[in-house]
Ligand binder design. Structure first.
Ligand SMILES: Nc1ncnc2c1ncn2[C@@H]1O[C@H](COP(=O)(O)OP(=O)(O)O)[C@@H](O)[C@H]1O
Ligand SMILES: [Mg+2]
Length: 277
């Protein structure tokens, strides 16, 4: 099978030092993959390069067998940004946010037709947020905002959707629902790449993971990839992995715990002294 997205020798950075150098990655049609790594490891940078939001320093990105122009947004790639990075004071309703995704697709006609509206409505109901269609986006909950942004990405009928930390700010129940929704969309044929630093509630539930820390460390199914050695290399901390039937649980290893204790102990002692005083 031909990859839908292929990254060849990609180097990206902002100032002097590159964030990553000459990385290679292939994503195949219908894959649901997690880009897993600690904060600051370059996950968003890689996603932004794919989306044409930053210009790579070197290398190439191929989409469906065609080389993308550096710094230009590919039309068939949808994007759901990290909710923390969005300016929610922007005075638009949920429905208008979704229709922005439609304008991007047919750049010459920046007004909404009735079919645009119908498409936006359909998606908002599919994603369970039709009831907030006419509310200002800034007034919605984090989980609702995320679904509205997912609807915006889907309205352009993309072949692949890229979600940056879609589960970072929401509670466990919301995270779980979103993962189910993404799994359903994936079953219908959508290729999905999402980033996460959260191992247990997100990464271990994904069918395919790419461990990332300023470069690709390993990739495969969580059961094969999440070994203590790979996790230590990815997160720079000792971790232990428990297997129970087909489930995986990852916890900090003793060295990490001792380190955390040492760091927090003076603070805890200080507090308990203050209480006993
Ligand atoms: N706009 C920017 N200007 C300069 N440095 C940046 C910018 N965005 C990210 N960085 C730096 O690039 C590195 C990777 O960041 P990022 O891709 O956001 O990581 P992640 O998404 O894994 O948390 C970090 O050191 C970060 O400080
Ligand atoms: Mg990020």
């Amino acid at each position: 099978m031909e990859p839908i997205l292929e990254i060849k020798n990609l180097t990206c950075g902002y100032q002097q030092e590159p964030v990553f150098t000459k990385i290679n990655l292939k994503l195949y049609p219908g894959q649901l993959s997690g880009l897993v790594g600690p904060s600051g490891s370059g996950k968003s940078t890689l996603m932004k390069a794919i989306l044409g939001l930053i210009r790579p320093w070197g290398g190439e990105i191929w989409f469906r067998g065609k080389k993308l122009n550096p710094g230009v947004a590919p039309l068939k790639v949808g994007y759901v940004p990290q909710v923390e990075t969005v300016d929610w004071n922007f005075p638009v309703t949920a429905e208008e946010v979704v229709m922005m995704g439609r304008y991007q697709r047919k750049q010459l006609l920046p007004w909404a037709s009735s079919s645009d509206r119908a498409a936006a409505k359909r998606l908002l109901s599919r994603l369970g947020v039709a009831n907030v269609a006419h509310q200002p986006i800034g007034e919605l909950s984090g989980g609702q905002q995320q679904r509205v942004f997912l609807a915006r990405a889907l309205v352009g009928q993309p072949d692949i959707v890229i979600l940056d930390e879609p589960t970072s700010s929401s509670d466990l129940h919301v995270q779980h629902e979103l993962l189910h929704l993404l799994a359903d969309l994936n079953q219908e044929g959508l290729t999905i790449l999402l980033s996460t630093h959260d191992l247990n509630s997100v990464a271990t539930h994904l069918p395919w993971v790419v461990c990332f820390n300023h470069g690709i460390i390993s990739q495969g199914q969580p059961i094969d990839v999440f070994t203590p050695a790979t996790l230590e290399q990815t997160f720079g901390a000792e971790m232990v992995v428990f297997h129970q039937e087909d489930r995986i649980l990852i916890a900090s290893g003793m060295t990490t715990l001792r380190h955390q204790m040492k760091r927090n102990l003076p603070h805890i002692l200080h507090k308990s002294k203050a209480v006993s005083d």
